[in-house]
Design a protein around this ligand. Structure first.
Ligand code: C5P
Length: 225
C-alpha cells in the first residue's frame, strides 16, 4: 500500500471539533500534526484522544531552550509516542544533539530553520546579517551535522535542500492544491510538486479543514499523489 505523506494540521481551538474533523478524513491522510496552540490548550489528554484514531502524530512544538531543558521536554513526551517532533535549529548544535539523543527510537527530530514570518530586516534586528535564505541554508547544514533527521522547509526550497541532503527527512508546509480556490496565486506549490521534489511529509491544514467538504478535499489531494 502506498504510504500517504499528508499530515493534517489540526489548528482548531476546540478538541471536539479537531477530533471530529480528523475522524472524518482519517482514511485519506497519513498522520495528524498538532501545534503549540493545540498542545498548550489540550496537553497530553488532547494527544491521547487523537491517538485513538490510530494515525501517527506529529508534535510541532518548535522547542528552543538550553540543551538540558529541551532534552527533558523530549523525554516528557516519550509517552505520547510522537512520530515527528520539531525543534529550532537556532538553539544550536548541543541542543539539537541532546534533543535527538533524548527522542524515542521511532521519533524523527526535525529542525525549523528560519520562520517564514521573518524577513531580512527582522534578522538584522536580532543581529543576523544574512538574508533568510542564506541563514536557512546555514542552519540546515548545522542540523544535518548535529544528527537530526531533517528540516522543515518550504515547497520552493525542498528540491534544492534534497539535492544537498539525499537521505534527509523533509517536512513541507504551506501547500495548496491546484484547484483549491487559489488559482489566482502564482507561486503556489502543490502537494504533488512538493512530493516529487523530495518532501517526506506534506503538512496541509486549511485546504482540508476549511473546505466546504473536508472529506472530498482530502480525497482529492490524495488522488493527486
Ligand atoms: O496553511 P495551512 O493551514 O495549510 O498550514 C498548515 C500548517 O503549516 C499550519 O499549522 C502552519 O502553522 C504551518 N505553516 C508553517 N509555515 C508556513 C505556512 C504554514 O509552518 N510558511
Amino acid at each position: 500500500m502506498n504510504h500517504n505523506p499528508v499530515y493534517l494540521a489540526l489548528d482548531l481551538p476546540r478538541l471536539d471539533a479537531a477530533e471530529a474533523l480528523a475522524r472524518k478524513v482519517a482514511g485519506h491522510i497519513g498522520g495528524i500534526k498538532l501545534g503549540l496552540e493545540f498542545f498548550c490548550a489540550h496537553g497530553h489528554h488532547g494527544v491521547h484522544e487523537l491517538h485513538k484514531l490510530g494515525l501517527p502524530i506529529f508534535l510541532d512544538l518548535k522547542l528552543h531552550d538550553i540543551p538540558n531543558t529541551v532534552a527533558g521536554a523530549m523525554q516528557a513526551i516519550h509517552v505520547l509516542q510522537p512520530a515527528i517532533v520539531t525543534i529550532h535549529a537556532a538553539g544550536g548544535r548541543a541542543m539539537m544533539e541532546d534533543a535527538k539523543a533524548a527522542a524515542g527510537e521511532n521519533c524523527k527530530v526535525v529542525a525549523v530553520t528560519v520562520l517564514t514570518s521573518l524577513d531580512g530586516d527582522d534578522l538584522a534586528s536580532i543581529g543576523v546579517n544574512d538574508q533568510p535564505h542564506a541563514q536557512a541554508l546555514r542552519l540546515a547544514e548545522l542540523a544535518h551535522s548535529a544528527g537530526l533527521d531533517g528540516i522543515v522547509c518550504s515547497g520552493h526550497e525542498v528540491g534544492a535542500v534534497h539535492k544537498q541532503w539525499k537521505d534527509g527527512y523533509f517536512v513541507v508546509p504551506g501547500l495548496r492544491p491546484q484547484n483549491g480556490g487559489n488559482g489566482d496565486q502564482k507561486r503556489i506549490v502543490t502537494p504533488r510538486q512538493a512530493r516529487d521534489d523530495g518532501a517526506s511529509v506534506l503538512v496541509i491544514g486549511r485546504p482540508i479543514s476549511r473546505a466546504e467538504d473536508p472529506l472530498a478535499a482530502a480525497r482529492a489531494i490524495e488522488a493527486t499523489l
